[in-house]
Each structure stands twice: as C-alpha cells, then as structure tokens.
Design a protein around this ligand. Structure first.
Ligand code: GDG
Length: 738
C-alpha cells in the first residue's frame, strides 16, 4: 500500500489459530514476549519495517488462541516492541471439539484426500462455528476504518464473512496453507458445511492458495456449490468482486543459507556425522501425520534395501518424526505402525554394527535441524499430500556447498517450483527405490546444477517476496473494488438528477426487464416482476408525465402480458417496437431462412445437455442452459458457439449473443441500442433514465446521449455511468422520481 492519505491510521491485524510467541515470567514477576523464529513472523515484521502495509508507527496486532495464563490480572493483551498480541480465549472443551475435532479430524483429512479418516460430527461443527464467532467478536470490536486484516488458514474459514458482515468496507485477506481438495472430495462434506465454509471464505477480498490447482479447485466449488460466476481468478458475487490467486509460500532464504557455516551447526554436524558413521546419509523430518507419507517412505526404503544389497552397511536413513496431534486416535495408531515398520526393517537388514533406520520421535533444535540438512546426501521428502512443504525449500537453501540431492513427492505443492529435485510418486516403492539409487550415485556436477536451479527459485521468491506479493494483490483488488464503489450511485447524485427531472418536461425511462425489473429465476417462463414495480411504473408514467419504455430480449406476448397499453415496449432485443396506441411493428425486413440452417445445431446441443432448452422467438433463437450442470454446460456452450460461427461464416448478418447462461442468435439489424435511439428520436426527451443488468443492455448504454442517467445493476464493468449492487435497489431508484 503506497502513498495513501490515511497511512497513520493503517494497522495490520494478523489472525491465526496460533500465536507465534512465547511468554515467559521471570522470578521477579516480569514478563517477556518472545517471537518464534518462524518465517511468516519475520516476513510480517519486515512489512512494518518497510512501511509496506502499515504505518511504521504502528505495531502489528496478532490475534490467536491462547490460554489465559499469559495475561496478568485485568489485561486483555500483551506487547513487545513490534507486536501486540490479543489472546483469544477458548475453554478447553470448546477448543478440543473445535481444533482437534472439526479442524484436525474433518477439514484436515478431507483437504488431504483422506475421506475415510474424516469425521462428520455435528457437535464438532458447532464448536467450529462457535470458536470462529469468538474470534470474530473480538476482532470486530477492535477493527477501525483503514485496517488490514489478514487471516491465516483452515481453522478460520468462517471468519472472513463474519468480519465482513460487521465491517463491509474492511480490507480482508485470507490464506489457505493446506491443499484445497477437488469438488468431488469437498462435496463429501454435508451440504450446509460446504456452503458455510465457502461463504465464509468469500467474505475476504483476496483468497490465497499455494498452487494454481488449489485455486482452481476452490473456484470450481464456489461455482458449483454457491452458483456464482467465476473467471480464472475472480468471483462475482453481485455486490462485490473477490479475487482468488496463487502465492506459493516460501522461507527466509538468507537465514537458512547462513546455516552451513554457522559454528554451532558445524559443531553439531561433525558430531552427528561421527555418530552416524556411514558413507551416505539419507534424511527426513516431518510432523507425525498420515499425509506426510511416512509409512510409504519406509516401505520404499525397505524395497531399496531388498533390491540393493550392495548398499547395505554403507547408508543410513535418519528419520525424524516430530510429535503432533497425539490425542487424535489415528495419529496414535500411526505412531505405533511406524515404530513397527522401523523395527521390522532394522531387524531384517541390520547388523550388530549397522542400523539402517535411525528413528527419532522428537523435535530438533534449530542447530540440530541445520546440521541434519547440511550433512544429508539425500533428503527424502515424500508426502502423500502437502500444501507446500517448507522442509524441502529449507534443505535446498542450506546447501551452500551445492551438494545433496532432493527426492520430492510430486504431491507436494513445492514440487512445482523445485524442479531440480528427483520427483516421484511416493506410493510407487520401485520408483522410490530407483530414485534413492539415482541420488546416491549422482555425480557432484549434476548435484550442483540441480541445486543451483532450485536455489535460484527459492532465493527469488522468498517469504518476504511472498508477503509483499500478497499485500500488493490485496491492495490491487481493493483499489479495483473502490473504483466500482465510486460508480455506486449515492443520494447526492440522485438528488441532482431528481432536480433535472423536476425541471424537465419530456421524461423517458428505458428499462430492461429480466434482472432489472424482475429477479433472475431458474425457469424464465415463471419470472414475475418485483412486487409493486409494475404499479410503481404506472404511477410514474401517469402522475409524473414519464414515458416508460421496456427494452427486453423477451417476446411480444410476454411483454404484453406483463405491461399495460400505456407502456412503450421493445421486444426481442429491439426487433419489435410497440408505441402506445399502435400495433407491434417489426423494425427491419426479416427472413426466417437462417433458422432452418441452425436449428439442428440448437437441437443437437439441447439433446446433449440435459435440462437445457430452446426458446424459438419470432426473430431469434435462444438456447438456455441455466438449469443444467453449470460447468459442463459452459464447456458445451463454447463448442456450440464455435459450431454456430462455423456454420454461418464470417460475413453473416447474424449475431450470436453469449449471454448469462443463454446463447442467443438473431439478425444483426436490431439491438437494444438501435431501439433506444429510435425511441429517443420519437419522444425527443430532455431527461433519460436507463437501467439494465446484462451484456445486451450495454448497447443501450452506449447509444444514449451523455446527459442520460445510465445505471448498471450488479458490480461489473459497464458503459453505464453508475452502478447499483442489487436488483432490489431498482425499486428505490424509481421511487426517487415520485
Ligand atoms: C502447513 C502445510 C505448508 C519441523 N520439525 C522441526 C522444525 N520444523 C519446521 C520446519 C518447517 C516447518 O516446521 C514445517 O513446515 P511444513 O511446510 O513442512 O509443514 P506443516 O507444518 O504441515 O505446515 C504445509 C505450511 O503450512 C506453510 O504454508 O508448507 O504444506 O501443511 O519450517 O523447519 N523446526 C525445528 N525443529 C523441528 O524438529 N526447529
């Protein structure tokens, strides 16, 4: 965020389940708040230092779950020189059902493609809603205009919407650190949960994922479950645009790069190398988790030992498993299974002087981690699913000696960037074994080339770049939204136009029907005007001397049925015009021949897409696919348009309108713009109001003189001068002129 006026006011609020701080009490009773060494914390701090996202006078506010013991009597927050921590207190019972329950027994397994490990417990879900609400209440009471709220991860998917509801203008970002599963997996959740979680997320302005696949899977679920229109990275939710984008998280490269020559790390490395005492070292470190592929990794290593006796006694695999989530049954079971597998392998292949697998179930100090990264000949990072995997990037960054080979699962987000790794599918034990041999025998020149390639990438897009990139994008989407906001019609503009209206004598309203005077419905034939709107138009037209014209794509019969004889009606996108007191008139020489040519194509696509149908109007043909499976029908509609274009050829006098869930074909002789101009010529108005919502209304907006009051319904790019967010507001606009 650069150069904005309210910079002094701007605060950055980070919300994450955890607070990355350690609070210690000295004997004297004095308390200190220490930042953890995680990359995200440093990166966020650097934003403040660079004055990027917030004013440098501001400390960063961090909201996260904590137990009350970090607070002293009467306190609600703790601070140090950079951060103010706001603990969100959840009682143990709630926290267990929320965090271990819904977060780690439902969202985590389903997102990592383990439906059979997913619990579907309503009480857990309720706890999730409740906990998100406790976060929301605390944050909502704290936020003020200008603040940026950045929410981290799957424990808080409902929070963006809960904040948006209270602070419609707030700048809200969300980042999802784990994979977003495909629609077919996500839909296994109960319908209510699916839609709540998605609606929760789209409360944000920017939703970030590690890979383009996760972004696309999310967009697809939004489209299929919530029915919103999406582009490759935007969601139009009527009154707002939400951006979905890809930001592969990274590490503090320089910090890891300095480890190789760090004296404490060197000391540890020497010690470990002596203890391990083999020609080659293979290393892995992960949290205990089924998604990390620990058992498959051991199976692969076992197969390697089985197939390659020549490596016996020469290689040792150091497998560090960091305790995690042990209170969840599956994790406890898995730990047991792992220990059995290690025992089996060591029992089968080990000797008195050689243990093939050195297994440690504990966490490492940072120096120990650095020592193991830098001594490894091979890093074996083989998750079955992993949002990103930072261990892989950290290993790469530490290797200033340009040695060491990374074997990486293609199922880790990191595999898209770390192309110098040997990429494998972790379930394929033969390939895993081959990869180990390839890595152990790789010459130093190739190791250096591969390492350089990966280091170049991690160095360029480090955690600081990631954070900056995210904040820039949040700023861009917010600015885009503000541009739309500027077009939103306000009382002041309306009052001005009302004055012009009062002073004018030949007033004309040009109004679209579907999506403007009536809400969009699944079945076009059941569409009804909004309650009271027809009467309102009658009143405006009789009491206030306004000529009201409906310019619609609908046919004559439909418009005749809805509107009375005093209304000017234009049907079928300007093909027919009825001036009050006269008959309908076709606006150009019409020939029906073209329909015979294209009807078989219309029929073919209707047959192929269950639920779609043809509307055969006097001068046009429309293929509606609103009631079909959206994504499939959208693909078919592209094919359909291409086939129609091929059939009619470039010089044809026919137009194809690629509308909202409808493809319409008609002669080019008429459109809503031509109709609007003709009506203006006939009535010579000195005041024009025009409202429409869809693409064909753009012809009308374009055709009208500069002094017309043109209003687009819905937040979309438009030629109209002003925007209203919802169709319901049309009524209010019309009321203004009473
Ligand atoms: C989630 C997503 C995504 C591990 N053991 C020790 C230790 N670590 C540090 C590593 C690394 C971090 O923990 C683990 O990060 P990962 O990315 O591998 O995995 P998750 O914790 O599952 O994180 C993941 C990540 O979010 C970020 O978006 O990449 O996909 O699942 O930094 O170094 N550090 C120390 N001792 C240990 O024993 N000191």
């Amino acid at each position: 965020m650069k150069g904005e006026e309210m910079n002094d006011e701007k605060r950055l609020i980070i919300v994450a389940y955890r607070i990355p701080f350690k609070v210690t009490f000295q004997e004297s009773g004095e308390r200190t708040l220490q930042q953890n060494s995680g990359g995200l914390v440093s990166a966020i701090l650097s934003l403040a230092e660079k004055g990027e996202a917030i004013s440098d006078k501001q400390k960063i506010h961090w909201f996260g779950y904590s137990t009350p013991d970090i607070l002293q009597e009467g306190e609600t927050k703790v601070e140090n020189e950079n951060f103010i921590v706001h603990p969100v207190l959840l009682d143990d019972e709630l926290n267990e059902a929320y965090y271990e329950g819904f977060c780690n027994s439902t969202i985590w397994p389903i997102s990592h493609y383990y439906p059979y490990l997913t619990s579907f417990d309503e009480d857990h879900y309720e706890a999730y809603v409740k906990a998100n609400k406790i976060f929301a209440d605390k944050i909502n009471a704290f936020i003020r205009p200008g603040d940026i709220v950045w929410i981290q991860d799957y424990q808080l998917m409902l929070l963006p919407a809960m904040i948006r509801a209270e602070h419609p203008e707030a700048s809200i970002g969300y980042f999802h650190h784990i994979p977003f599963a495909t629609f077919e997996i996500f839909r296994l959740l109960p319908k209510q949960w699916q839609s709540d979680l998605l609606k929760g997320l789209i409360g944000a302005d920017l939703i970030g994922f590690h890979t383009n696949d996760y972004s696309q899977y999310f967009l697809r679920s939004v489209q299929r479950i919530l029915g919103y229109d999406t582009t490759v990275r935007d969601i139009s939710i009527g009154n707002r645009i939400v951006r979905v984008d890809t930001f592969p998280i990274s590490i503090d490269y320089n910090k890891f790069q300095s480890l190789y020559d760090n004296p404490q790390v060197m000391e540890k490395r020497k010690e470990f190398l002596k203890d391990l005492g083999r020609e080659k070292n293979i290393f892995s470190v992960d949290r205990l988790d089924y998604s990390k592929g620990l058992i498959h990794r051991l199976n692969g290593f076992e197969y390697f030992l089985d197939q390659h006796p020549e490596w016996h006694s020469r290689v040792v695999f150091t497998m560090i498993v960091v305790p995690s989530r042990e209170t969840i049954l599956k994790y406890a079971e898995m730990k047991h299974e792992l220990e059995e597998a290690v025992g089996r392998i060591n029992g089968k292949y080990g000797t008195l002087g050689w243990r093939p697998v050195v297994y440690l179930y504990r966490s490492l100090s940072f120096d120990e981690l650095g020592a193991l990264y830098t001594l490894a000949d091979v890093a074996l990072i083989t998750p079955i699913r992993d949002g990103m995997n930072l261990v892989a990037k950290e290993f790469v960054a530490t290797r200033t000696d340009k040695k060491g080979v990374l074997i990486l699962s293609e199922m880790a987000g990191a595999s898209l960037e770390l192309t110098g790794a040997i990429l494998i599918n972790p379930t394929d034990r033969k390939k895993l074994s081959d990869a180990i041999v390839q890595a152990l025998t790789m010459d130093e020149q190739e190791q250096a080339q591969r390492m350089q390639l990966m280091q170049d990438r991690v160095k360029v897009y480090d955690i600081f770049k990631w954070t900056e990139d995210y904040m820039d994008q949040l700023d861009i989407i917010k600015t885009k939204q503000l541009k739309f906001e500027e077009k939103i019609i306000n009382q002041h503009v309306l009052a001005n136009f009302k004055q012009i209206f009062d002073e004018s004598s030949r007033r004309l309203f040009l109004l679209d029907y579907d999506g403007t005077l009536s809400p969009i419905v699944a079945d076009p034939s059941s569409s009804k005007p909004s309650v009271g709107i027809v009467e309102l138009l009658k009143k405006i037209s009789s009491d206030f001397n306004v000529n009201v014209a409906i310019i619609s794509g609908r046919d004559k019969e439909f418009l005749n049925y809805i509107f009375d004889a005093s209304t000017i009606l234009s049907a079928e996108h300007g093909a027919f015009l009825r001036i009050p007191g006269q008959d309908w008139e076709l606006q150009y020489q019409y020939d029906d021949q073209w329909k015979h040519m294209v009807l078989p194509i219309f029929q073919k696509y209707t047959d192929r897409c269950a639920g779609s149908f043809i509307e055969n109007k006097s001068t046009s043909l429309a293929w509606h696919y609103r009631n079909t499976e959206t994504e499939y029908a959208h693909i078919r509609s592209r094919e359909f348009i291409e086939e129609l274009e091929n059939k009619i050829g470039a010089k044809s006098n026919l137009t194809i309108i690629d509308g909202d869930k409808v493809v319409e074909m008609k002669p080019s002789d008429a459109d809503k713009g031509i109709a609007a101009r003709k009506i203006c010529d006939l009535y010579q108005p000195d005041f024009i109001l025009s409202i429409g919502d869809d693409r064909t209304d753009e012809d009308m907006f374009k055709a009208l003189p500069d002094n017309a009051l043109t209003i687009k319904v819905g937040v979309k790019n438009s030629y109209a001068k002003f925007t209203i967010k919802t169709q319901e507001e049309v009524n209010t606009i019309l009321q203004t002129f009473l």
